[in-house]
Design a protein around this ligand. Structure first.
Ligand code: B12
Length: 191
């Protein structure tokens, strides 16, 4: 599957995603990751064309967010569905764990709690055209929320693959412009 995962941040990039990206890639999925550097108080509209250009052709889009980025996630979810078709959009991150009911008013699916195992399992089910119930992945059925059980926490973090510090397929979108993370001037953060 072609999957785009988008994270909103004021900072360089999210520690929530590199593991998940690597696990999905190890299962053969084509995954790109976009870090949108944006002030939550500012409009996301100027960044939408650059984000959508990267996400075009995806079979599934994931958004990762803190609560302060709820409005950005709503705007982006609506824009994605309007501009690249009615593809499934899943939200994850601390916001969906804190406020699952609110998140499900806008997202097709949400991840509650940890995603390293739940998200790849969900992707596997979706790519086979099935609609299995996956622990930690909630969705709406009519006007009812389908709440699945929580997976047991995996205390063996060594079971997960290391981050890909080559940043292959990682992008930054800032002030309406996209660039590959490889071309990012990291030193500007420190000097
Ligand atoms: C490290 C950290 C930071 C670091 C981030 C470093 C980085 N590059 O990512 C720094 C110091 C920069 C930071 C800053 C801020 N932080 Co902070 N931070 C944390 C902390 C301690 C850990 C977060 C983390 O990395 N966890 C590890 C990752 C692996 O877990 P995760 O993010 O939850 O992701 C998992 C799941 O949520 C899920 N998942 C995540 N995304 C997705 C996406 C999809 C599609 C799916 C399916 C699943 C999924 O899978 C992941 C793996 O299991 C948490 C507290 C906590 N215990 O969680 C606070 C926390 C996230 N921070 C918080 C806040 C408020 C902020 C700031 C807004 C503070 C401020 N006023 O400036 C800023 C925002 C900066 C920004 N990113 O824009 C709040 C968020 C509250 C909320 N309701 O959103 C938290 C929860 C602390 C708190 N209790 O208040 N933070």
């Amino acid at each position: 599957m072609k999957i785009t995962i988008i994270n909103f941040t004021t900072f360089l990039y999210s520690l929530s995603l590199p593991n998940i990206v690597q696990i999905l890639r190890n299962s053969g999925h084509d995954v790109r990751c976009v870090n949108v550097i944006s002030d939550p108080k500012e409009s996301l509209v100027p960044d939408l064309p650059a984000i959508i250009e990267i996400a075009k052709g995806s079979d599934l889009v994931g958004l990762s967010l803190f609560s302060c980025y709820h409005d950005h996630a709503v705007v982006l979810t609506k824009a994605l569905k309007k501009q690249i078709g009615d593809i499934p959009v899943i939200w994850g991150g601390v916001h969906t764990t804190y406020l699952p009911e609110l998140s499900l008013q806008f997202a097709d699916y949400i991840c509650v709690g940890e995603g390293e195992e739940a998200f790849p399992e969900f992707v596997e089910s979706l790519s086979q055209g099935r609609k299995d119930q996956v622990n930690n992945i909630w969705y709406m059925s009519g006007d009812k929320i389908v709440k699945t059980s929580m997976k047991a926490l995996n205390n063996n973090l060594d079971a997960y693959p290391p981050f890909d510090y080559n940043h292959e397929g990682f992008y930054q979108v800032e002030k309406g412009k996209a660039r590959h993370l490889k071309d990012y001037n990291f030193t500007r953060l420190y000097f």
